[in-house]
Design a protein around this ligand. Structure first.
Ligand code: FES
Ligand code: FES
Length: 200
């Protein structure tokens, strides 16, 4: 298959170059330009649109995913640089919203417009995996994501509650199920597909 610039000029399909890693437990082989940012491979090739584009410059954190368990801004990472890694997106943090961060997020009604929230949640989950009981200062240093709606106080509160839930110090009812399987949700979004040479 020859290379082609996708209509949005973000994805370049390449001949004979394959980048392999694991996304949400599934092995993937991307036939894309190795310099493609992970964000666009996830969103445009894999239909995992829960990860958002905000600034494209590593500043806002809307595109945060986990790579080998660490919160990373996926707009700043090329797919070539993470060969063999394990990527987790918001769609696979849990399949039923049972992760303590998701439970606390619902309990605290954190989101307003929601745009930044998947990145916030992924950053919070990575923080709690490293520091099960973070102080407010540690939360503020670790969560540098930008929220235009100003949900920062509720983010802090939800992280503290998620820490209590994760440690067993507090019980919290499970958040309501999403009503659609995350995999089905991803499939419902049309994917860009490589096109043969000479065709538009
Ligand atoms: S879109 Fe990646 S940090 Fe803003
Ligand atoms: S909830 Fe609107 S940008 Fe954060």
């Amino acid at each position: 298959m020859w290379c082609r610039l996708a209509s949005a000029s973000r994805l370049r399909y390449t001949r004979g170059v394959m980048t392999r890693f694991t996304v949400n437990g599934q092995p993937v082989h991307y036939q894309l330009d190795p310099e493609t940012p992970l964000l666009w491979a996830l969103r445009d090739a894999s239909n995992l649109t829960g990860t958002k584009y905000g600034c494209g410059a590593g500043l806002c954190g809307a595109c945060t995913v986990h790579i080998d368990g660490v919160a990373v801004r996926s707009c700043q990472v090329t797919i070539a640089s993470i060969e063999g890694s394990f990527v987790t997106t918001i769609e696979a943090l849990s399949r039923d919203r049972s992760h303590p961060v998701q439970q606390a997020w619902v309990a605290q009604s954190v989101p307003q417009c929601g745009y930044c929230q998947s990145g916030m949640i992924m950053a919070a989950a990575a923080l709690l995996a490293q520091k099960p009981n973070p102080t407010d200062d540690e939360i503020d240093s670790a969560i540098t994501n930008i929220c235009r709606c100003g949900t920062y106080p509720r983010v802090r509160k939800a992280i503290r509650q998620a820490a209590r839930v994760a440690s067993g110090a507090e019980d919290l009812a499970a958040a309501p199920p999403p009503g659609i399987d995350p995999a089905d949700a991803a499939h419902a979004v049309p994917a860009l597909t490589p096109v043969a040479p000479g065709k538009k």
